[in-house]
Design a protein around this ligand. Structure first.
Ligand code: NAD
Ligand code: TYD
Length: 336
């Protein structure tokens, strides 16, 4: 089985590549990644020499390039992680978000259709449902009501992927996961940003009242879910993937401060995010029932592992926080 993994140098994609190479000895992986600010081949150092792994640098939104790559590599299946994945950046600069997340997905679907791949697993997000009022939890039939350019571009890509199943019989599956956390997470998202700021005794910027709710999923649990759907999911179906743990942001930050041994005085309220979704909440009954997958990592254990990883990998953190990151940080936080 040859898998074309897109975005395999990012946070979740690299965890998926490491997992599949370790647990599926019959799988070969071609990793297609543009190496944006979020792509980092250091995340794949442990598998770089594997004879079952190869890397191709390229843009999923370059249609002719993608078509040629499919002709040359003839993948059996595609697992599509590549995206501009950050809401705040999508608010500051929506252009690359729409191009990669929507048009890039289109280029991959077209190549998959022309070359007749046996499975196209599209990795999406629970953010496509938008903010969900209590007491509801979204199942896969819940209406899509995305709020940000990021979530809207992902919702568009989900629908396009499903249309390829309906129209061309391409065997597409879609997974919609909740907020991930774990090692190698780029320090622009809540958990890695707060850990890395806390370890450096910098302020922890909390948007608005901090009482927004997210469902947290350990990255390896997410990757096992994607693999379960790739192997056992039904074509044309959508599967929610949640961690079954809803927490307010302030509670997450308090636990990070406890795990890093830093004082609560580091918390700093800053201006809210425009269009900020108040609450994400999904049910994962369908994937559990159909594939047997369940999240395994308790949040406090996963957080302790993650904090330890950031303590042990200060060089990685220092490198990803140099250069472009400083400009982004300034742009996003200076005026808040
Ligand atoms: P990430 O930002 O860490 O990594 C994205 C990767 O995609 C990077 O390696 C980047 O170089 C690559 N990439 C970006 N544009 C590209 C392009 N045009 N061509 C080729 N490669 C390109 O993202 P992540 O957090 O690992 O998210 C992976 C996927 O999972 C995304 O599709 C995201 O929407 C989805 N998702 C993420 C979360 C989360 O909490 N992070 C939750 C649910 C779903
Ligand atoms: P984030 O990790 O960006 O994920 P998403 O917006 O995709 O859910 O943010 C998670 C929550 O944390 C969200 O409610 C916004 C909030 N947040 C802050 O309060 N401060 C920050 O500096 C960041 C990055 C996020």
């Amino acid at each position: 089985m040859k898998l074309l993994v897109t975005g395999g140098a990012g946070f979740i994609g690299s965890a998926f590549v490491r997992l599949v190479l370790a647990e599926r000895p019959d799988c070969r992986i071609v990793n297609l990644d543009k190496l944006t600010y979020a792509g980092n081949l250091e995340n794949l150092a442990s598998v770089a020499d594997s004879p079952r792994y190869s890397f191709v640098k390229g843009d999923i939104a370059d249609g002719p390039f993608v078509m040629d790559l499919f002709a040359a590599e003839k993948p059996d299946a595609v697992v599509h992680f590549a995206a501009e994945s950050h809401v705040d950046r999508s608010i500051l600069s929506p252009d690359p978000v729409v191009r990669t997340n929507f048009y890039g997905t289109f280029c991959l679907l077209e190549a998959a259709r022309v070359h007749g791949v046996a499975r196209f697993q599209h990795v999406s997000t629970d953010e496509v449902y938008g903010s969900i009022e209590e007491p509801h939890d979204a199942d896969e039939q819940y209406p899509l009501k995305p709020s940000s350019p990021y979530s809207a571009s992902k919702a568009g890509a989900d629908l396009l992927a499903l249309s390829y199943r309906t129209t061309y019989k391409l065997p597409v599956t879609v997974t919609r996961a909740s907020n991930n956390y774990g090692p190698y997470h780029f320090p622009e998202k809540l958990i890695p940003l707060m850990i890395s700021n806390a370890l450096e005794d910098k302020p922890l910027p909390i948007y608005g009242d901090g009482r927004q709710i997210r469902d947290w999923l350990y990255v390896d649990d997410h990757c096992r879910a994607v693999l379960a759907v790739l192997e056992k999911g039904r074509p044309g179906e959508v599967y929610n993937v949640g961690g079954s743990l809803a927490l307010e942001n302030v509670e997450v930050v308090r636990r990070i401060l406890a795990a890093t041994g830093k004082p609560e005085s580091l918390m700093k309220t800053v201006a809210d995010r425009p269009g900020h979704d108040r609450r994400y909440a999904i049910t994962s009954e369908k994937i559990e029932r159909e594939t047997g997958w369940q999240p395994c990592m308790p949040f406090d254990d996963g957080l302790a592992l993650t904090v330890q990883w950031y303590r042990d990998n200060t060089d990685w953190v220092r490198r990803v926080k140099s250069g472009e990151y400083r400009d982004y940080y300034e742009k996003n936080y200076a005026q808040r």
